[in-house]
Design a binder for this molecule. Structure first.
Ligand SMILES: *Cc1c(COP(=O)(O)O)cnc(C)c1O
Length: 508
């Protein structure tokens, strides 16, 4: 290393410490060459993955996969990266799901962008921890700036809002429900749940969600001690959005039963249909009852970046809190999510003072600590840096273009399916999910037919589609998230579905 590149040692009047002995695996300036070559060799395996894996899945069965992993003796170390990478290729990379291929149209796993992956190198190597300023320095303020930026996209004021990066949408939803519960209890009963536990009335708390909302709401209610019973599922309309007249009815009914409405969760982009609940109407009702409104925009946050379709989120700025999943809709590698709250004072409800991290006598602004806003993570990755790399290299406009391309593709495919007598489309979408099934007039059991198609596709590995059940019936599901997917790609996917569908009777 050249001396004038390394002034730090001179300034401190001492050179960097050198290490001796068998410590070549420790991340340290002396071992930079090792780090670089290890990463370089691993990078070549990424290249192999990209150039070789031309199907989204190898089709391997779980039993065989398990056997391959189990036979490895972890107590026997390997002698080179070459051996290691060969092993990991065999038991992992060869069979890994390739989300970046246009033939992957199954779950909400977006393709990822290159600037974010470049950022990931720094995230892992420097390994800052975002809990306190003394473990992250600039990282704390970069995360805060991205939170402010996201809040502005929502229509919040960056001055009065706040938030934190989280591990995922389920965790952000948990934060939304905890804030809803604790603020309600504080305001209505002057009862502090953080200190005193649940109030007597908690058994009668009710939270309203649509019957197409994400299951994390149920899990969260259960770990919050409110029980799944506190979640009231409001039926959806013909577009699978929360039915507002039924929401009003259900709230009244719960009140008549002696229960206590504490908040509403609107879903902006349901996992199964990609449709946005009527946000303005829900905001009106939340306002009328003076209860919390949380918006689960884990998926629908994509619309924030779209010029063409941003209006579908109108009203989101009236919510008290929002879940954002950058790893669903901003082309970010897992994990990258955020919880944003409109009124930052309310976030204080989560604050805990640990003497060794963020002692009470330290003023929040003097020693900034993101841990004050984090509900369960203490040590926390600097995932925000990936989004920073993305925005700085691509700009909001390019992300917006990617999102619009995906939504436009979905509209084209919807027409394609509608015009094809072999298929039945169940619903349109505000985002990019299509729920449909293959039909054959000579087959009565359409569920078995479509289950067969899905299974065939999965084990051939050529195309990965998802599925869901609606009113007890089995449907196939496309989730489009990849802007490089073309209508021609989807045309071929539909042909494959059809080919397996035509085989059905002979196979059975
Ligand atoms: C995926 C999803 C979640 C959960 O997010 P994770 O990041 O997987 O924890 C929550 N809500 C909706 C609508 C989702 O689609």
């Amino acid at each position: 290393m050249n001396n004038n590149q390394m002034p730090a040692g001179d300034i401190l009047g001492a050179s960097l410490p050198h290490i001796s002995g068998n410590f070549g695996n420790i991340f340290h300036s002396d071992n930079y060459d090792h780090y670089r070559s290890a990463v370089k060799e691993t990078l070549d395996l990424v290249g192999t993955f990209l150039h070789r894996n031309d199907k989204p899945f190898s089709g391997i069965e779980a039993k065989e996969m398990k056997g391959m992993v189990q036979q490895i003796d972890l107590n026997q170390k390997l002698s080179s990266y070459q051996e290691l990478l060969q092993e990991v290729d065999t038991i992992y990379v060869k069979h890994a799901t390739a989300f970046h291929l246009p033939q992957y149209v199954a779950h909400l796993n977006c393709p990822i962008v290159i600037p974010a992956l470049a950022g990931e190198i720094l995230v892992s190597a420097i390994n800052s921890s975002q809990d306190t300023y003394d473990q992250s320095a600039g990282g704390t303020f970069m995360e805060r700036k991205l939170i402010d930026w996201t809040a502005e996209q929502l229509g919040y004021s960056a001055e009065t809002s706040d938030g934190v990066f989280t591990a995922g949408g389920s965790q952000s939803n948990l934060m939304g429900l905890v804030m809803m519960r604790d603020c309600f209890s504080q305001k209505r009963y002057n009862h502090n749940i953080k200190l005193d536990g649940l109030p007597q009335e908690a058994g009668r708390f009710r939270i309203f969600v649509s019957d197409k909302s994400h299951f994390s709401n149920l899990k969260n209610a259960s770990i919050m001690g409110l029980g799944e019973k506190c979640i009231v599922k409001v039926p959806t309309d013909e577009r699978f959005c929360m039915d507002i007249s039924l929401l009003k009815k259900y709230i009244k009914r719960e009140e008549q039963l002696g229960n206590i409405p504490i908040g509403i969760v609107a879903t902006a982009g349901t996992t199964d249909f990609g449709n946005v609940d009527p946000l303005e109407d829900i905001a009106n009702i939340a306002e009328q009852y003076n209860i919390w409104m949380h918006v689960d925009a884990a998926y629908g946050c994509a619309l924030l970046l779209s010029e063409k379709y941003r209006h579908l989120l109108n009203g989101i700025e009236r919510a008290d809190s929002v879940t954002i999943d950058y790893h669903k809709s901003f082309f970010q590698p897992i994990s990258s999510s955020a919880f944003i709250v409109k009124n930052k004072r309310e976030l204080r409800i989560l604050k805990h003072h640990a003497d060794y991290l963020n002692p009470a006598e330290m003023d929040e602004e003097e020693i900034p600590a993101q841990i004050n806003k984090s509900i369960i993570q203490s040590t926390r990755r600097f995932d925000a840096l990936k989004l920073w790399f993305t925005l700085r290299m691509m700009g909001k406009e390019q992300l917006s273009e990617y999102t619009d391309t995906v939504i436009d593709l979905t509209k084209d495919v919807a027409s394609m399916i509608n015009e094809n007598a072999d298929f039945e489309l169940l619903s349109d979408t505000d985002l990019s999910v299509l729920v449909f099934r293959y039909i054959r007039t000579d087959i009565e059991d359409l569920n078995a037919l479509n289950q067969y198609i899905k299974m065939k596709l999965f084990y051939s590995g050529e195309v990965l589609v998802a599925s869901t059940k609606v009113d007890g019936n089995f449907y196939l599901k496309f989730t489009f998230l990849n802007p490089i997917t073309t209508t021609e790609d989807v045309h071929q996917i539909l042909n494959k579905i059809k080919a397996h569908g035509e085989d059905f009777s002979t196979a059975n």
